[in-house]
Design a protein around this ligand. Structure first.
Ligand code: ATP
Length: 578
């Protein structure tokens, strides 16, 4: 920038000019006014005095002004110096973009000396036409609005480097040139641009990564949703499977329990021994009825082989692949028969802590054998009738109706027709059960079967007892042929077992109960005979019902069966029985 000075000579000439101007004006005033001779002298002296005072005042003012101007010029020089050495590039343009002033940083930016730049158009440094337009528009906008304006233009320095510049300008009117002075700071934004480009690049790659990750996440999310759905479906089917498994488990547990009870009898079921005419007739009936779905009633004395015959029937039927389910109606307390037959839900009655599948459900698709059907309480007969007719029933404590496909075989050692007349057995039930009747003859009516039966039992026990029996004593054979066999084949089997236990030689001696030794057959009805025989056995055992030497063992029946039979036959221990 150019600094300006104020010499003393200049100050003096200015004061002289003022004084002469003042004097001229004074003389002009004097020429206008007609002066009175006596006042003129006095006025002139006063005016001269005033003039002198004014002159001194003016000189003082002039000196003050000169000092201020000097200070101003000094400060302006300092400001110009500051501006010159400022790290920012400053330019002063005219309204056409010609450089009027530039500081060192500005000159350095363009790679030229300050003097080389003065009066040069900045437009010449701008690299392209678009940039030139931007710069010229920037200038014209400044002329219109006297506020700070900004633009970005790339220009080329003397070294050929293209510099992206950020321009920040303000226009100040210059009255001397009657034009605007445009003051502009130019910032080299190369680094900023590089950083910006890097940032854009980073941003773009970040955006790409985000996009890719989002895609991946969407896919993963979809996969997860499908997986959740699949798992839900799997969980549902697992739950279903679990319920089925639970049911099957329950059924298996019941079957298992049932099988354990039955297992001991399986061996004896496998062989129905007997070639007597009566037995052949019964077996012929079995063969006739087995392939049908008919309900069968088997009648015969206790221990005569009704259950074995029922098994033979089932084994010849189309249901033989499933287990035949047996229920002894006399062996169960009346309160439990219903839940045994039809099952119960948990809590159906006091003490029922677990759900139980009934025998009818277990027998679904198979055969149920209702032994001692005469012992079925009347109210249950009605329920059984419904099953016989529709296959439907409900578990105790459940309103759900269960439908089964079960073939029914029932057995009794009593005359059901008689019970019907006595009113203890439903007539409709009787007709429904008695569609096909088979009677198993008592052993005393088929004595031909006695010896073959003994031999089949001997074979059976020889294995388990590891004993060798070669013959049966003649005395035993005779006794057996003469004996009335109230306990029928069961009694014969038990007698053989006892003989085998005590046997020490290959000749088997079968001891028959003293009370039942051969003699004339007792008179009276079959029931009287049964009652008498039970009382005799009870007397012989000291009224011990169960246990190894108890009456039930001798009679070859279950102690519970014996108890219920005693109840039915009205047998009680009293003085007369001793
Ligand atoms: N013909 C036979 N061949 C082989 N064993 C037989 C024969 N008949 C019966 N038994 C055997 O005699 C025992 C009694 O038979 P089963 O239980 O079938 O008689 P039941 O008439 O059903 O008796 P209950 O009236 O007491 O129910 C069983 O051990 C059985 O195996």
């Amino acid at each position: 920038m150019v600094a300006m000075g104020c010499s003393k000579k200049k100050k003096l000439s200015a004061a002289t000019v003022l004084r002469s101007q003042a004097e001229k004006r004074l003389q002009a005033e004097a020429g206008k006014r007609p002066a009175a001779p006596e006042a003129r002298e006095e006025d002139l002296l006063r005016l001269v005095h005033e003039l002198k005072v004014h002159q001194i005042e003016l000189e003082m003012q002039n000196a003050e002004l000169c000092r201020s101007r000097d200070e101003l010029e000094l400060s302006r020089d300092k400001y110009a110096e500051l501006c010159d050495f400022a790290p920012v590039a400053y330019f002063a343009f005219d309204s056409a973009g010609v450089i009027r002033e530039v500081n060192f940083a500005g000159a350095q930016l363009l790679g030229l000396e300050k003097r080389q730049l003065l009066n040069k158009s900045f437009v010449g440094f701008i690299v392209d036409a678009a940039g030139k337009n931007v710069f010229l528009n920037h200038l014209s906008r400044l002329a219109k609005k006297q506020i700070v304006q900004r633009c970005e233009v790339s220009f080329r320095s003397n070294s050929g480097r293209v510099i992206p510049g950020q321009f920040q300008s303000i226009a100040v009117h210059n009255s001397e040139h009657n034009d605007d002075d445009i003051f502009t700071s130019i910032t080299d934004v190369t680094v900023y641009k590089q950083l910006e480009a890097m940032m854009h690049k980073e941003y773009d790659s970040l955006e790409l990564t985000v996009h890719e990750r989002t895609e991946e996440l969407i896919k993963a999310n979809e996969r997860l949703s499908h997986e959740i759905e699949d798992r839900k479906v799997a969980a549902d089917s697992l739950r279903e499977a679990l319920t089925i498994i639970k049911q099957l488990k329950e059924q298996l547990r019941e079957e298992n329990l049932y099988l354990r009870e039955e297992i001991d009898q399986i061996y004896s079921h496998s062989n129905f021994v007997g070639d007597s005419k009566a037995i052949r007739a019964a077996l012929k009936q079995v063969a006739q009825v087995a392939p049908t779905e008919a309900t069968v009633l088997i009648q015969g004395e206790t221990g005569s082989g009704k259950e074995l015959l029922a098994h033979a029937l089932h084994d010849q039927s189309g249901r033989k692949d499933r287990l035949m389910i047996t229920v002894n109606c006399a062996a169960l307390p009346p309160t439990l028969i219903e839940s045994e037959l039809f099952g119960r839900e948990k809590g159906a009655f006091t003490g029922s802590t677990a759900k139980q599948i009934g025998r009818f459900e277990l027998a679904d698709g198979s055969t149920i054998f209702l032994d001692e059907i005469d012992a079925l309480p009347l109210e249950l007969q009605a329920k059984l009738l419904r099953v016989l007719e529709s296959g439907e029933f409900e578990r105790l404590g459940s309103p759900r109706t269960i439908k089964v496909d079960v073939r029914i075989i029932s057995a009794t050692n009593r005359d059901l027709a008689e019970l019907v007349s006595a009113g203890s057995f439903r007539q409709d039930m009787y007709y429904r059960l008695n569609i096909f009747q088979i009677t198993v003859p008592p052993l005393r009516e088929r004595r031909d079967d006695i010896v073959p039966l003994v031999w089949s039992f001997v074979q059976e026990f020889s294995k388990s007892m590891d004993k060798r029996i070669e013959s049966i004593s003649q005395k035993s054979v005779q006794a057996m042929q003469a004996y009335s066999w109230p306990g029928n084949v069961r009694e014969l089997r038990n007698a053989t077992e006892r003989a085998m236990i005590v046997a020490t030689t290959p000749v088997l001696h079968i001891e028959l109960p003293q009370i039942a030794q051969a003699g004339p057959a007792p008179s009276g009805t079959l029931e009287d005979l049964e009652r008498r025989h039970i009382v005799d056995v009870l007397d012989a055992t000291g009224w011990r019902v169960s246990g190894k030497s108890g009456a039930a063992t001798i009679l070859g029946i279950n102690p519970k069966t014996l108890e219920s039979r005693m109840q039915r036959l009205g047998i009680q221990r009293n003085k007369n029985n001793f």
